[in-house]
Design a protein around this ligand. Structure first.
Ligand SMILES: Cc1cc2nc3c(=O)[nH]c(=O)nc-3n(C[C@H](O)[C@H](O)[C@H](O)COP(=O)(O)O)c2cc1C
Length: 546
Protein backbone atom coordinates (compact mmCIF):
# COMPACT_ATOMS: atom_id res chain seq x y z
CA UNK A 1 0.00 0.00 0.00
CA UNK A 2 1.24 3.51 -0.80
CA UNK A 3 2.69 5.39 2.14
CA UNK A 4 0.59 8.33 3.33
CA UNK A 5 2.05 11.41 4.96
CA UNK A 6 -0.90 11.15 7.34
CA UNK A 7 0.57 7.86 8.57
CA UNK A 8 3.76 9.78 9.34
CA UNK A 9 1.72 12.38 11.18
CA UNK A 10 0.04 9.75 13.34
CA UNK A 11 3.26 7.83 14.02
CA UNK A 12 5.22 10.95 14.99
CA UNK A 13 2.78 11.93 17.73
CA UNK A 14 3.92 12.00 21.34
CA UNK A 15 1.48 10.60 23.89
CA UNK A 16 1.48 10.10 27.66
CA UNK A 17 2.27 6.43 27.12
CA UNK A 18 4.75 6.68 24.24
CA UNK A 19 7.06 9.26 22.72
CA UNK A 20 7.61 9.19 18.94
CA UNK A 21 10.61 7.01 18.14
CA UNK A 22 13.89 8.77 18.75
CA UNK A 23 17.40 7.88 19.83
CA UNK A 24 16.52 8.05 23.53
CA UNK A 25 19.93 9.52 24.40
CA UNK A 26 22.34 12.04 22.89
CA UNK A 27 25.32 10.48 21.16
CA UNK A 28 27.78 13.36 21.46
CA UNK A 29 30.28 11.54 19.21
CA UNK A 30 27.97 11.99 16.24
CA UNK A 31 26.58 15.44 17.07
CA UNK A 32 26.19 17.16 13.69
CA UNK A 33 28.23 20.24 12.87
CA UNK A 34 25.69 23.11 12.88
CA UNK A 35 27.62 24.85 10.09
CA UNK A 36 27.69 23.66 6.51
CA UNK A 37 30.74 24.79 4.60
CA UNK A 38 31.43 24.43 0.93
CA UNK A 39 35.11 23.71 1.02
CA UNK A 40 37.05 25.20 -1.85
CA UNK A 41 34.31 27.57 -2.99
CA UNK A 42 35.26 31.25 -3.43
CA UNK A 43 34.23 33.15 -0.28
CA UNK A 44 32.88 36.70 -0.23
CA UNK A 45 33.09 38.13 3.30
CA UNK A 46 30.29 40.53 4.25
CA UNK A 47 30.94 43.58 6.39
CA UNK A 48 29.65 43.36 9.95
CA UNK A 49 26.95 46.03 10.23
CA UNK A 50 26.87 48.17 13.37
CA UNK A 51 23.82 47.37 15.51
CA UNK A 52 21.16 49.91 14.60
CA UNK A 53 17.60 50.10 15.95
CA UNK A 54 15.91 50.26 12.52
CA UNK A 55 12.29 51.39 12.12
CA UNK A 56 9.93 50.96 15.09
CA UNK A 57 8.57 47.40 15.25
CA UNK A 58 4.89 48.43 15.26
CA UNK A 59 5.48 50.73 12.30
CA UNK A 60 6.29 47.76 10.09
CA UNK A 61 2.54 47.18 9.74
CA UNK A 62 2.08 50.72 8.35
CA UNK A 63 3.55 51.82 5.08
CA UNK A 64 6.73 49.96 4.08
CA UNK A 65 9.91 52.02 4.45
CA UNK A 66 11.58 53.43 1.32
CA UNK A 67 13.40 50.58 -0.44
CA UNK A 68 17.11 50.23 0.29
CA UNK A 69 19.19 49.92 -2.88
CA UNK A 70 20.43 46.39 -3.51
CA UNK A 71 24.12 46.29 -2.61
CA UNK A 72 26.65 44.13 -0.83
CA UNK A 73 26.06 46.21 2.31
CA UNK A 74 22.25 46.06 2.24
CA UNK A 75 22.49 42.29 1.67
CA UNK A 76 24.85 42.02 4.61
CA UNK A 77 22.30 43.79 6.83
CA UNK A 78 19.47 41.70 5.40
CA UNK A 79 21.24 38.49 6.42
CA UNK A 80 22.51 39.94 9.70
CA UNK A 81 18.89 40.38 10.79
CA UNK A 82 17.53 37.11 9.42
CA UNK A 83 19.89 34.10 9.36
CA UNK A 84 23.06 35.31 11.10
CA UNK A 85 24.49 34.42 14.50
CA UNK A 86 23.00 36.49 17.32
CA UNK A 87 25.28 35.54 20.26
CA UNK A 88 27.46 32.87 21.79
CA UNK A 89 26.53 31.28 25.11
CA UNK A 90 28.70 29.37 27.51
CA UNK A 91 28.02 27.39 30.68
CA UNK A 92 30.80 26.91 33.26
CA UNK A 93 33.31 24.23 32.15
CA UNK A 94 31.52 23.64 28.83
CA UNK A 95 32.34 24.64 25.25
CA UNK A 96 30.45 27.68 23.90
CA UNK A 97 27.53 27.35 21.51
CA UNK A 98 26.09 29.86 19.11
CA UNK A 99 22.54 31.18 18.78
CA UNK A 100 20.98 32.62 15.66
CA UNK A 101 18.45 35.26 14.72
CA UNK A 102 16.19 32.45 13.51
CA UNK A 103 15.34 30.03 16.33
CA UNK A 104 15.53 26.29 15.92
CA UNK A 105 14.21 23.31 17.79
CA UNK A 106 17.02 22.10 20.04
CA UNK A 107 19.22 24.85 18.52
CA UNK A 108 20.19 22.30 15.86
CA UNK A 109 19.60 24.54 12.83
CA UNK A 110 18.67 22.28 9.93
CA UNK A 111 17.85 25.25 7.65
CA UNK A 112 20.48 26.45 5.15
CA UNK A 113 20.11 29.70 3.21
CA UNK A 114 21.16 30.75 -0.29
CA UNK A 115 21.16 34.06 -2.14
CA UNK A 116 20.71 34.24 -5.90
CA UNK A 117 22.05 37.58 -6.99
CA UNK A 118 22.60 39.76 -10.04
CA UNK A 119 26.12 41.13 -10.59
CA UNK A 120 26.74 43.79 -7.91
CA UNK A 121 29.76 45.90 -6.97
CA UNK A 122 31.87 43.83 -4.59
CA UNK A 123 30.20 40.59 -5.65
CA UNK A 124 31.05 40.95 -9.34
CA UNK A 125 29.40 37.89 -10.85
CA UNK A 126 25.77 36.93 -10.75
CA UNK A 127 25.42 33.59 -9.04
CA UNK A 128 24.11 31.22 -6.42
CA UNK A 129 25.72 31.77 -3.02
CA UNK A 130 25.46 29.70 0.15
CA UNK A 131 25.25 31.84 3.28
CA UNK A 132 27.67 30.97 6.08
CA UNK A 133 26.22 32.30 9.37
CA UNK A 134 29.46 31.41 11.19
CA UNK A 135 31.59 33.61 8.96
CA UNK A 136 28.86 36.02 7.82
CA UNK A 137 30.03 35.40 4.29
CA UNK A 138 28.80 34.08 0.97
CA UNK A 139 30.22 30.94 -0.59
CA UNK A 140 29.83 30.89 -4.37
CA UNK A 141 28.25 27.62 -5.57
CA UNK A 142 27.43 28.65 -9.12
CA UNK A 143 28.47 31.67 -11.13
CA UNK A 144 25.94 32.84 -13.70
CA UNK A 145 26.62 34.81 -16.86
CA UNK A 146 24.78 38.14 -17.08
CA UNK A 147 22.47 36.71 -19.77
CA UNK A 148 21.67 33.71 -17.54
CA UNK A 149 20.70 36.05 -14.72
CA UNK A 150 18.52 38.03 -17.15
CA UNK A 151 16.82 34.79 -18.13
CA UNK A 152 16.24 33.82 -14.49
CA UNK A 153 14.90 37.22 -13.45
CA UNK A 154 12.98 37.98 -16.68
CA UNK A 155 9.88 40.03 -15.96
CA UNK A 156 10.90 40.85 -12.37
CA UNK A 157 11.51 44.45 -11.28
CA UNK A 158 15.02 45.90 -11.03
CA UNK A 159 16.44 45.29 -7.56
CA UNK A 160 14.86 41.82 -7.34
CA UNK A 161 16.83 38.85 -6.06
CA UNK A 162 16.06 35.41 -4.64
CA UNK A 163 16.54 33.48 -1.41
CA UNK A 164 16.60 29.68 -1.47
CA UNK A 165 16.11 27.56 1.65
CA UNK A 166 17.06 23.95 2.17
CA UNK A 167 16.96 21.45 5.04
CA UNK A 168 19.48 18.99 6.45
CA UNK A 169 17.13 16.59 8.23
CA UNK A 170 19.96 14.72 9.94
CA UNK A 171 20.67 17.68 12.23
CA UNK A 172 17.24 17.34 13.91
CA UNK A 173 17.04 13.57 13.49
CA UNK A 174 20.25 13.18 15.51
CA UNK A 175 18.35 14.33 18.60
CA UNK A 176 14.68 13.82 17.80
CA UNK A 177 14.48 10.82 15.45
CA UNK A 178 11.13 10.46 13.72
CA UNK A 179 9.56 13.71 14.92
CA UNK A 180 12.41 15.60 13.20
CA UNK A 181 10.44 16.16 9.99
CA UNK A 182 8.01 18.38 11.89
CA UNK A 183 10.73 20.37 13.65
CA UNK A 184 12.69 20.95 10.44
CA UNK A 185 9.65 22.53 8.84
CA UNK A 186 8.79 24.60 11.92
CA UNK A 187 12.33 25.91 11.71
CA UNK A 188 11.92 26.67 8.04
CA UNK A 189 8.78 28.66 8.88
CA UNK A 190 10.71 30.64 11.50
CA UNK A 191 13.40 31.39 8.90
CA UNK A 192 10.67 32.59 6.52
CA UNK A 193 9.59 34.89 9.33
CA UNK A 194 13.01 36.42 9.97
CA UNK A 195 13.52 36.89 6.23
CA UNK A 196 10.10 38.55 5.87
CA UNK A 197 10.85 40.99 8.70
CA UNK A 198 14.38 41.74 7.60
CA UNK A 199 13.10 42.42 4.07
CA UNK A 200 10.33 44.69 5.38
CA UNK A 201 12.82 46.74 7.40
CA UNK A 202 14.64 47.54 4.14
CA UNK A 203 11.46 48.32 2.18
CA UNK A 204 11.58 44.97 0.40
CA UNK A 205 8.91 42.28 0.19
CA UNK A 206 9.67 38.57 0.56
CA UNK A 207 7.21 36.36 -1.34
CA UNK A 208 7.26 32.61 -1.79
CA UNK A 209 7.51 31.57 -5.44
CA UNK A 210 5.16 28.65 -4.96
CA UNK A 211 5.27 27.04 -8.41
CA UNK A 212 8.98 26.18 -8.19
CA UNK A 213 9.34 22.45 -7.51
CA UNK A 214 11.97 20.81 -5.34
CA UNK A 215 13.89 19.00 -8.09
CA UNK A 216 14.32 22.12 -10.24
CA UNK A 217 15.28 24.13 -7.16
CA UNK A 218 17.86 21.48 -6.22
CA UNK A 219 19.42 21.90 -9.69
CA UNK A 220 19.52 25.66 -9.34
CA UNK A 221 21.02 25.53 -5.84
CA UNK A 222 23.55 22.88 -6.93
CA UNK A 223 22.16 20.34 -4.46
CA UNK A 224 20.94 17.71 -6.91
CA UNK A 225 23.95 15.43 -6.50
CA UNK A 226 23.84 15.36 -2.71
CA UNK A 227 22.88 11.97 -1.32
CA UNK A 228 22.73 10.25 2.04
CA UNK A 229 21.77 11.43 5.50
CA UNK A 230 23.68 14.72 5.28
CA UNK A 231 22.10 15.77 1.99
CA UNK A 232 20.45 19.17 1.83
CA UNK A 233 16.88 19.01 0.55
CA UNK A 234 15.81 22.02 -1.49
CA UNK A 235 12.60 23.40 0.04
CA UNK A 236 11.57 26.72 -1.38
CA UNK A 237 12.52 29.80 -3.33
CA UNK A 238 11.55 33.32 -2.29
CA UNK A 239 11.53 36.38 -4.48
CA UNK A 240 12.67 39.54 -2.70
CA UNK A 241 11.34 42.66 -4.38
CA UNK A 242 11.35 46.39 -3.69
CA UNK A 243 7.96 46.53 -1.96
CA UNK A 244 6.50 49.35 -3.99
CA UNK A 245 7.12 47.68 -7.34
CA UNK A 246 6.57 44.04 -6.48
CA UNK A 247 5.20 41.96 -9.35
CA UNK A 248 1.46 41.23 -9.58
CA UNK A 249 0.23 38.27 -7.53
CA UNK A 250 -0.39 36.15 -10.62
CA UNK A 251 3.21 36.62 -11.83
CA UNK A 252 4.50 35.55 -8.41
CA UNK A 253 2.25 32.50 -8.29
CA UNK A 254 3.19 31.28 -11.75
CA UNK A 255 6.94 32.04 -11.66
CA UNK A 256 8.96 29.03 -12.90
CA UNK A 257 12.66 28.46 -13.40
CA UNK A 258 13.59 28.61 -17.11
CA UNK A 259 14.17 25.07 -18.40
CA UNK A 260 16.99 26.16 -20.74
CA UNK A 261 18.87 27.67 -17.80
CA UNK A 262 18.35 24.53 -15.72
CA UNK A 263 19.58 22.35 -18.59
CA UNK A 264 22.72 24.48 -18.90
CA UNK A 265 23.37 24.38 -15.14
CA UNK A 266 22.86 20.64 -14.82
CA UNK A 267 25.96 20.04 -16.92
CA UNK A 268 28.19 22.25 -14.76
CA UNK A 269 29.98 21.00 -11.64
CA UNK A 270 29.10 23.17 -8.64
CA UNK A 271 31.80 25.08 -6.78
CA UNK A 272 32.96 23.69 -3.43
CA UNK A 273 32.43 20.42 -1.61
CA UNK A 274 30.05 20.06 1.35
CA UNK A 275 31.80 19.42 4.67
CA UNK A 276 31.02 16.28 6.59
CA UNK A 277 28.75 16.95 9.55
CA UNK A 278 28.99 13.73 11.60
CA UNK A 279 31.30 10.71 11.60
CA UNK A 280 28.30 8.38 11.69
CA UNK A 281 24.52 8.45 11.39
CA UNK A 282 21.40 6.67 12.53
CA UNK A 283 18.77 6.07 9.86
CA UNK A 284 15.10 6.72 10.52
CA UNK A 285 13.12 4.92 7.79
CA UNK A 286 9.82 6.61 8.71
CA UNK A 287 11.46 10.01 8.39
CA UNK A 288 12.93 9.05 5.01
CA UNK A 289 9.51 7.95 3.79
CA UNK A 290 7.95 11.19 4.99
CA UNK A 291 10.60 13.23 3.14
CA UNK A 292 10.07 11.27 -0.07
CA UNK A 293 6.30 11.35 0.18
CA UNK A 294 6.11 15.12 0.82
CA UNK A 295 8.44 16.04 -2.08
CA UNK A 296 6.94 18.94 -4.00
CA UNK A 297 6.66 18.49 -7.78
CA UNK A 298 5.96 22.18 -8.44
CA UNK A 299 3.23 23.80 -10.45
CA UNK A 300 1.19 25.27 -7.58
CA UNK A 301 -2.40 24.24 -8.14
CA UNK A 302 -3.60 26.30 -5.18
CA UNK A 303 -6.48 28.75 -5.25
CA UNK A 304 -5.59 32.44 -5.04
CA UNK A 305 -5.37 33.51 -1.40
CA UNK A 306 -8.25 35.69 -0.21
CA UNK A 307 -7.48 39.34 0.52
CA UNK A 308 -6.31 40.16 4.06
CA UNK A 309 -9.04 40.54 6.69
CA UNK A 310 -10.58 43.99 7.10
CA UNK A 311 -9.60 44.09 10.77
CA UNK A 312 -9.59 47.69 11.99
CA UNK A 313 -6.72 48.70 14.26
CA UNK A 314 -7.76 47.34 17.66
CA UNK A 315 -5.23 49.30 19.67
CA UNK A 316 -3.57 52.66 19.32
CA UNK A 317 -0.17 52.39 17.67
CA UNK A 318 2.54 53.29 20.13
CA UNK A 319 6.21 54.05 19.71
CA UNK A 320 8.03 50.76 19.85
CA UNK A 321 11.58 49.54 19.90
CA UNK A 322 13.57 49.32 16.68
CA UNK A 323 12.72 46.21 14.69
CA UNK A 324 16.37 45.47 13.82
CA UNK A 325 17.31 45.33 17.48
CA UNK A 326 14.30 43.17 18.32
CA UNK A 327 15.14 40.67 15.60
CA UNK A 328 18.68 40.24 16.88
CA UNK A 329 17.77 40.38 20.57
CA UNK A 330 15.09 37.70 20.38
CA UNK A 331 15.81 34.70 22.62
CA UNK A 332 13.80 31.76 23.87
CA UNK A 333 12.82 31.90 27.53
CA UNK A 334 14.29 28.89 29.33
CA UNK A 335 11.89 29.32 32.27
CA UNK A 336 8.98 31.67 33.04
CA UNK A 337 8.65 33.67 36.26
CA UNK A 338 5.14 32.44 37.07
CA UNK A 339 3.79 35.87 37.97
CA UNK A 340 4.17 38.65 35.39
CA UNK A 341 0.96 39.45 33.47
CA UNK A 342 0.80 40.85 29.95
CA UNK A 343 -1.16 44.12 29.80
CA UNK A 344 -4.42 43.99 27.84
CA UNK A 345 -3.18 46.44 25.18
CA UNK A 346 -0.02 44.44 24.52
CA UNK A 347 -2.05 41.24 24.25
CA UNK A 348 -4.48 42.85 21.81
CA UNK A 349 -1.58 44.12 19.74
CA UNK A 350 -0.12 40.63 19.60
CA UNK A 351 -3.45 39.09 18.61
CA UNK A 352 -3.94 41.57 15.80
CA UNK A 353 -0.42 40.87 14.53
CA UNK A 354 -1.33 37.19 14.16
CA UNK A 355 -4.12 38.05 11.70
CA UNK A 356 -3.65 38.53 7.96
CA UNK A 357 -4.54 42.20 7.47
CA UNK A 358 -3.35 45.54 6.13
CA UNK A 359 -1.19 45.25 3.03
CA UNK A 360 -0.65 41.56 3.63
CA UNK A 361 2.66 41.81 5.52
CA UNK A 362 3.87 39.28 6.51
CA UNK A 363 1.35 36.50 5.79
CA UNK A 364 0.99 37.16 2.05
CA UNK A 365 4.43 35.56 1.86
CA UNK A 366 2.51 32.27 1.96
CA UNK A 367 0.15 32.17 -1.02
CA UNK A 368 -2.64 30.14 0.54
CA UNK A 369 -5.64 31.01 2.67
CA UNK A 370 -4.78 30.79 6.38
CA UNK A 371 -4.94 27.17 7.48
CA UNK A 372 -4.08 27.71 11.16
CA UNK A 373 -6.16 29.14 14.01
CA UNK A 374 -4.87 29.54 17.54
CA UNK A 375 -6.16 28.03 20.80
CA UNK A 376 -5.00 30.07 23.81
CA UNK A 377 -4.45 28.95 27.38
CA UNK A 378 -4.83 32.34 29.04
CA UNK A 379 -3.10 32.42 32.44
CA UNK A 380 -2.24 36.07 33.18
CA UNK A 381 -3.64 38.59 30.70
CA UNK A 382 -4.83 42.03 31.82
CA UNK A 383 -8.63 42.35 31.64
CA UNK A 384 -9.16 38.74 30.59
CA UNK A 385 -10.35 35.93 32.87
CA UNK A 386 -8.11 32.84 32.74
CA UNK A 387 -9.42 30.15 30.44
CA UNK A 388 -9.42 28.74 26.94
CA UNK A 389 -9.82 31.14 24.02
CA UNK A 390 -9.69 30.86 20.25
CA UNK A 391 -8.33 33.27 17.65
CA UNK A 392 -9.97 32.54 14.30
CA UNK A 393 -7.43 33.47 11.65
CA UNK A 394 -9.91 32.95 8.83
CA UNK A 395 -13.70 33.38 8.82
CA UNK A 396 -13.80 30.00 7.06
CA UNK A 397 -12.53 28.28 10.23
CA UNK A 398 -15.46 29.15 12.45
CA UNK A 399 -18.09 26.69 11.19
CA UNK A 400 -15.84 23.60 11.04
CA UNK A 401 -14.26 24.37 14.41
CA UNK A 402 -17.66 24.93 16.01
CA UNK A 403 -18.64 21.48 14.76
CA UNK A 404 -15.38 19.90 15.91
CA UNK A 405 -14.59 21.44 19.29
CA UNK A 406 -16.37 20.58 22.55
CA UNK A 407 -20.10 21.31 22.37
CA UNK A 408 -20.05 22.99 25.77
CA UNK A 409 -17.65 25.71 24.61
CA UNK A 410 -19.13 29.21 24.94
CA UNK A 411 -17.91 30.90 21.71
CA UNK A 412 -18.44 34.34 23.25
CA UNK A 413 -16.61 37.56 22.51
CA UNK A 414 -14.79 38.33 25.77
CA UNK A 415 -16.32 41.32 27.59
CA UNK A 416 -14.44 44.53 26.89
CA UNK A 417 -12.61 43.12 23.86
CA UNK A 418 -13.15 44.71 20.43
CA UNK A 419 -16.04 43.00 18.60
CA UNK A 420 -14.10 43.19 15.34
CA UNK A 421 -11.42 40.88 16.66
CA UNK A 422 -12.26 37.22 15.84
CA UNK A 423 -11.29 36.14 19.36
CA UNK A 424 -13.71 33.92 21.29
CA UNK A 425 -13.90 32.72 24.86
CA UNK A 426 -14.45 28.97 24.95
CA UNK A 427 -14.20 28.09 28.65
CA UNK A 428 -13.20 29.78 31.87
CA UNK A 429 -10.83 28.13 34.31
CA UNK A 430 -7.29 27.63 35.43
CA UNK A 431 -5.54 25.72 32.63
CA UNK A 432 -1.98 26.13 33.89
CA UNK A 433 -1.51 22.56 34.97
CA UNK A 434 -3.17 21.20 31.83
CA UNK A 435 -0.99 23.38 29.59
CA UNK A 436 2.22 22.17 31.24
CA UNK A 437 1.16 18.54 31.30
CA UNK A 438 0.18 18.57 27.62
CA UNK A 439 3.51 20.27 26.76
CA UNK A 440 5.55 17.23 27.88
CA UNK A 441 5.36 18.54 31.46
CA UNK A 442 7.28 21.71 30.56
CA UNK A 443 6.53 24.49 33.03
CA UNK A 444 7.21 27.19 30.43
CA UNK A 445 3.63 26.43 29.32
CA UNK A 446 2.18 27.18 32.77
CA UNK A 447 4.52 29.85 34.14
CA UNK A 448 3.98 32.49 31.47
CA UNK A 449 1.16 34.89 30.60
CA UNK A 450 -0.30 32.45 28.12
CA UNK A 451 0.46 29.31 26.16
CA UNK A 452 -1.16 28.27 22.92
CA UNK A 453 -1.71 25.47 20.43
CA UNK A 454 -1.82 26.08 16.67
CA UNK A 455 -4.76 24.18 15.19
CA UNK A 456 -4.19 23.41 11.52
CA UNK A 457 -6.67 22.24 8.91
CA UNK A 458 -5.12 19.16 7.26
CA UNK A 459 -7.93 18.78 4.70
CA UNK A 460 -6.54 17.61 1.37
CA UNK A 461 -3.11 16.73 2.77
CA UNK A 462 -3.65 13.03 2.03
CA UNK A 463 -4.03 13.87 -1.67
CA UNK A 464 -1.40 16.64 -1.73
CA UNK A 465 1.21 15.44 0.78
CA UNK A 466 3.58 18.28 -0.12
CA UNK A 467 1.16 20.59 1.66
CA UNK A 468 1.91 18.93 5.01
CA UNK A 469 5.33 20.65 5.49
CA UNK A 470 3.79 23.92 4.35
CA UNK A 471 1.39 23.83 7.29
CA UNK A 472 4.43 23.78 9.58
CA UNK A 473 5.82 26.76 7.67
CA UNK A 474 2.65 28.68 8.50
CA UNK A 475 3.01 27.64 12.16
CA UNK A 476 6.68 28.63 12.19
CA UNK A 477 5.86 32.03 10.72
CA UNK A 478 3.23 32.53 13.42
CA UNK A 479 5.79 31.42 16.00
CA UNK A 480 8.24 34.04 14.77
CA UNK A 481 5.58 36.74 15.14
CA UNK A 482 4.95 35.54 18.68
CA UNK A 483 8.66 35.62 19.53
CA UNK A 484 9.01 39.17 18.17
CA UNK A 485 5.69 40.42 19.58
CA UNK A 486 6.67 39.06 22.99
CA UNK A 487 10.01 40.89 22.86
CA UNK A 488 8.24 44.09 21.75
CA UNK A 489 5.99 43.76 24.82
CA UNK A 490 9.04 43.40 27.10
CA UNK A 491 8.44 39.66 27.47
CA UNK A 492 9.82 36.52 25.86
CA UNK A 493 8.51 33.55 23.95
CA UNK A 494 9.47 29.91 23.54
CA UNK A 495 8.46 27.56 20.77
CA UNK A 496 7.17 24.24 22.09
CA UNK A 497 7.61 21.30 19.75
CA UNK A 498 7.34 18.70 22.49
CA UNK A 499 3.69 18.15 23.38
CA UNK A 500 1.29 15.24 23.62
CA UNK A 501 -0.74 15.66 20.45
CA UNK A 502 -3.88 13.76 21.31
CA UNK A 503 -3.95 15.04 24.88
CA UNK A 504 -4.40 18.52 23.41
CA UNK A 505 -6.99 17.18 20.99
CA UNK A 506 -8.93 15.54 23.84
CA UNK A 507 -8.95 18.75 25.83
CA UNK A 508 -10.25 20.73 22.84
CA UNK A 509 -12.69 18.05 21.72
CA UNK A 510 -10.90 17.26 18.45
CA UNK A 511 -11.71 13.67 17.51
CA UNK A 512 -9.41 13.27 14.51
CA UNK A 513 -8.58 14.80 11.16
CA UNK A 514 -8.69 17.35 9.66
CA UNK A 515 -7.96 19.65 12.63
CA UNK A 516 -4.69 18.85 14.38
CA UNK A 517 -2.40 20.79 16.65
CA UNK A 518 0.93 21.31 14.89
CA UNK A 519 2.90 23.66 17.17
CA UNK A 520 2.69 25.05 20.68
CA UNK A 521 4.13 28.24 22.12
CA UNK A 522 4.44 30.10 25.42
CA UNK A 523 4.85 33.81 26.18
CA UNK A 524 5.81 35.33 29.52
CA UNK A 525 8.56 36.97 31.52
CA UNK A 526 11.60 34.76 31.06
CA UNK A 527 13.92 33.96 33.93
CA UNK A 528 17.52 34.17 32.73
CA UNK A 529 19.95 31.40 33.59
CA UNK A 530 22.61 33.34 35.48
CA UNK A 531 25.18 30.59 35.03
CA UNK A 532 25.34 31.28 31.29
CA UNK A 533 27.77 33.81 29.93
CA UNK A 534 27.01 35.67 26.74
CA UNK A 535 29.49 36.80 24.09
CA UNK A 536 28.97 38.90 20.96
CA UNK A 537 28.05 37.04 17.80
CA UNK A 538 31.08 37.87 15.70
CA UNK A 539 33.94 38.51 18.13
CA UNK A 540 35.67 35.57 16.39
CA UNK A 541 35.88 37.45 13.09
CA UNK A 542 38.60 40.04 12.74
CA UNK A 543 36.53 42.11 10.33
CA UNK A 544 35.80 45.81 10.42
CA UNK A 545 32.23 47.08 10.69
CA UNK A 546 30.69 48.13 7.39
C1 LIG B 1 10.17 24.50 16.40
C2 LIG B 1 10.73 24.76 17.76
C3 LIG B 1 10.40 23.93 18.82
C4 LIG B 1 10.91 24.18 20.09
N1 LIG B 1 10.53 23.38 21.13
C5 LIG B 1 10.95 23.66 22.39
C6 LIG B 1 10.47 22.92 23.50
O1 LIG B 1 9.65 22.00 23.36
N2 LIG B 1 10.93 23.26 24.73
C7 LIG B 1 11.84 24.29 24.92
O2 LIG B 1 12.23 24.56 26.06
N3 LIG B 1 12.29 25.01 23.87
C8 LIG B 1 11.87 24.73 22.62
N4 LIG B 1 12.29 25.50 21.56
C9 LIG B 1 13.27 26.58 21.76
C10 LIG B 1 14.65 26.20 21.22
O3 LIG B 1 15.26 25.30 22.10
C11 LIG B 1 15.49 27.46 21.00
O4 LIG B 1 14.93 28.16 19.91
C12 LIG B 1 16.93 27.13 20.69
O5 LIG B 1 17.58 26.57 21.80
C13 LIG B 1 17.69 28.37 20.26
O6 LIG B 1 17.64 29.36 21.26
P1 LIG B 1 17.08 30.82 20.94
O7 LIG B 1 15.65 30.67 20.53
O8 LIG B 1 17.24 31.59 22.23
O9 LIG B 1 17.89 31.39 19.81
C14 LIG B 1 11.79 25.28 20.29
C15 LIG B 1 12.11 26.11 19.23
C16 LIG B 1 11.59 25.88 17.98
C17 LIG B 1 11.93 26.81 16.85
Amino acid sequence: MAFSILAYHAASKHSFSRYADGPGFLDWETQPDPFRRYEGSPEIPLALPPDEPGPGYERLWDRPPDPAPLSRLSLSRFLYESLALSAWKQAPHAPPWSLRVNPSSGNLHPTEGYLLLPPLPGIESAGVFHYSPLRHSLEARRLLRADQWEELAAGLPPGAFFVGLSTIYWREAWKYGERAFRYCHHDLGHALGTLAFSARIRGWRALLLPAVGEAELASLLALEDQRGPEAEHADCLLGIFPDRCRPPEEAVRSFRLPSTLLAALRGLPPLGKPNRLSPDHVRWPLLERAIASAAYPGGWPGEPAPPPLPVPPVVRPQPSEGASLLLRRRRSALAMDGKTPIPRESFLRLLSQLLPRGDGFPFALLPWRPRVSVLFFVHRVGGLAPGLYLLLRSPAHEAPLRRELRPEFAWQAPPGFPEALPFRRLALGDFREAAAKISCYQTIASGGCFALAMLADLSGVGEQPWFYPRLFWECGLLGQLLYLGAEAAGLQGTGIGCYFDDALHDLAGIRGLPWQSLYHFAVGRGVPDRRLQSRPAYAHLARSPG
